[in-house]
Ligand binder design. Sequence first.
Ligand SMILES: *Cc1c(COP(=O)(O)O)cnc(C)c1O
Length: 360
Amino acid sequence: MINVTKTFLPDKEEYIKYISEIWDRVQLTNNGPLLQKLEAELKKYLGVDDLYFCSNGTVVLQIALKALGVKKEVITTPFSYCATTNSILWENCTPVFVDIDANTFNIDPTLIEAAITPDTEAIMATHVYGNPCEVEAIEEIAKKHSLKVIYDSAHAFGVTYKGKSLLSFGDISTCSFHATKVFHTIEGGAIISNHPELHEKLHLLRAFGHRGDEDYLFAGINGKNSEFHAAMGLCNLPHVGEIIAARKAIFDIYDETLIWDTLKKPVQSPDISYNYSYYPVVFSSESVMRRVQKALLENEIAPRRYFYPSLNTLPFMPNYFSCPVSEDISSRVLCLPLYVGLLPEEIQKISVIINQNCCM
Ligand SMILES: *Cc1c(COP(=O)(O)O)cnc(C)c1O
C-alpha cells in the first residue's frame, strides 16, 4: 500500500547512541539534557528566540490560549485539522468560523472584522499546507481590535516568509512534530513566542505551573516531552534539508505529470521558501474526487481527505457558521502521497490514474 505519508526514520545506530546516553544518566524526562539540546538546535535552525518542546501539537494550542488568557470567542479557520478547533473547545472557548480565501485556502482576512463581537479575544489561524496566512493583514486587524493572534503552524516547519521563519509570526505560534509531519519527534510539538514576558509562563504552563517545590503559580498542564522523543528529534533535524529537497523533487514530478485542465491547487505566496509538506489537489466536483479516490484505492494507493470535513460542520459544534468556500473545497480535495522514498514510477502511476479518472 502506498499511503499518503510514510515516516522518515534516521539511522538506527544514531538513535541507539542517544538511547545509551539516556540509560547511563537514568533521566528519562523532565527538562533533560537531550530536550535542552534539541530546543537549542531548533531555535538555531528556525532562527527564533524562544521555543518550548512539548508533548504534541494539540496541547501547545491549549497552552497558547491559556498563556494569553483567552476565555471567550476565538475567530478561527474552518479549513484545518480538527485539533485546531478541538483545542478551542477543550479550553471552553467558543470557535467563530470565518471562511477561507478560495485561492490560498487560508482564513480570509477581509471577512474577519465582520465576525468580531465584544467577546472576541483572539484569532487562531492555520498556515494551511505550510502556505502563510496573510500575516500583515491579520496583525493589523488584531492591533486595531486588541486581539491576540495564535498561528497553528503545524504544517510550517522550515518555511520562511520574507526571509523569517513563519513560526515567528503572531503572539504565539505552535508546531506539531508528529510522525506524519516534515520534521518529527515521533509525538511532539513546540510553542514559539516572541514575547519575552510570556517565556517563563510558557515554560511553567507545560509542566504543571509550578516553579520548584514551593511556588505554585497557575493551573498548568502536563505538556512535557521525554528524552526519547528529543533523541528522535536530534537524529532527524540534520536530515531536514535533504527531506525537504526529496519532497520538492516529488512535487515537481506531480506538477509536470498531472493534467491541470480540471484540477486546482492552492496558490502559494511568492515570498516564501517552502517545505513541500502536502500535495493537495482539488477536483472539479465531489463525485470526480470520489471516482479518483476509488480508482487509487483499487491500486493500493491511499490519498487522504485533508481537510475534510470543513470544521464549521463538525457535529459537536455549538453554533453553525456558514463557510461556503471551505465547505466546497473540503468536499473535493485530496492530498496525494508524498514522502521520502516515494519512487518516480509510483508518482507517475498516481498521476496517470488521476488523469484518466478526471478526463472521463
Ligand atoms: C497535525 C496537526 C495538529 C496536531 O498535532 P499533533 O501533534 O498530532 O497533536 C494540529 N493542527 C494541524 C493543522 C495539524 O495538521
